[in-house]
Design a binder for this molecule. Sequence first.
Ligand code: AMP
Length: 405
Amino acid sequence: MDKLTIDDVDLKEKRVLVRVDFNVPIENGKVTDDTRIRAALPTIQKILQSNAKLILMSHLGRPKGGPDPKYSLMPAATRLTELLGKDVEMAPDCVGSDVEAMVNARQPGQVLMLENLRFHKEEEKNDPEFAKQLAALGDMYVNDAFGSAHRAHASTEGVAKILKTAAVAGYLMKAELTALGKLLTGAQMPFVVILGGAKVSDKIQIIKNLVTRASHLLVGGGMAYTFLKAQGREIGKSLVEVEHLVTATNLMTVVAYSNPRKPVKMELPVDHVIGSNIEGTDALEHPQIDIPADKLAGDIGPQTIKNFSMILAQAKTVLWNGPMGVFEKEPFAKGTMAIAAAVAEATGRGAFTVVGGGDSVAALSKSGLTNKISHVSTGGGASLEFLGGQDLPGVEALTKAPKKT
Ligand code: AMP
């Protein structure tokens, strides 16, 4: 990683403005899943131990560009107070003279949480004046919100550009960039990429970028049926992106010619779990590739699980993004759970394994195997863009580390 991190700078007594991702689920004023808050704790603790003044900022949900108590970050501040065992004061807004006064009254070791950035529509517009107001609150900027780094917003890019000599990555950001970066440069072979989920269109870039780096591409989930249809298979009522049939054909050509001496091997489902509806009320195993006209495929079948698992058993590096079926419904969950187990087993054998994307992370958590994975990425869209070879504005804007001589 060629960016400075919080380990490279002197934080003592500085006002440290930190972009975190506290976009957490809230019900009846209480945080129902604090994973994202916990993920930011190493950075928060490091800053507090350095005797700095900590100012946290985040977005939450999609308010309509004005204050709305439903989207207040107060419940997140309360949860953080509990986790830190230390008072986290809540500001009434994220910019303005009252907030500046609160920031400037901070003592080293104290924490202030700014109110939801998206109460100002200028945040998502990356408005320079708004970014300047945010930047006035810190001597130093830390970005620990990898999940928002693919967006050029005021709090992710604008501020970093203003505080450019002191804009550094937090530990979560560093962990994400290091783990995902390892997949792009220097992944140990065999490198198996498992892709699933609903849409081919979301995964075009990642396929194109990883095709020359991976040894195997295992495709399951809804997106597999666009590929199968493009191959001329019968897919019944299964999910298909008709407008991407040509894309799928092109991608298969790219895959076939990826490396003439050692082309990446692409595997599609050879059997399925099918049913008349997406609920799986009459789901049954279907031991053939072609699917009857009145049925849809909701999961990969047992032979496909076996094929994918055998390939995973040899893997030294694994990336998994997207479930193998409609895992939210029990009758269609087996494929995803089996792949979660095979990836966890690979980790146990010493492979470097990465799982990304909201739904695969949820499936992993359902399987109870989250801590058996080398790295679970917190950023769905951001990880897809990064692995697709795109620069992330929130990362690009951080201060470059001096070149090692
Ligand atoms: P994505 O956000 O693209 O990762 O897609 C995740 C969603 O894809 C989940 O909600 C799954 O239920 C859905 N999905 C996975 N496999 C299928 C399938 N065979 N048919 C329809 N939906 C699917």
